[in-house]
Write a protein that binds this ligand. Sequence first.
Ligand SMILES: [Zn+2]
Length: 84
Amino acid sequence: MNFIFTCPEAGKIFETPDFTITENHGVVIDADGRRRLEARVTLDGPCPYCGQRHTYRADEMICPFEAVAAPVERKCQVSEEENG
Ligand SMILES: [Zn+2]
């Protein structure tokens, strides 16, 4: 699965399946009562724009990340179900 990342050096977006979830502390609830994923994602390969291996906070990631790291929290998935 490709995830979308942003190069902070070039300010450009790229997709890659080469990443690792690190420092996964699971879902935490902040002071506002909102849930967020406390984890980091590190690229396994160099960034296509600047060659660095960037690290991102999970809550900076796009929705598909939640579906992988926290299957219980699939709120981002668009339901195809039809009520009827
Ligand atoms: Zn970069």
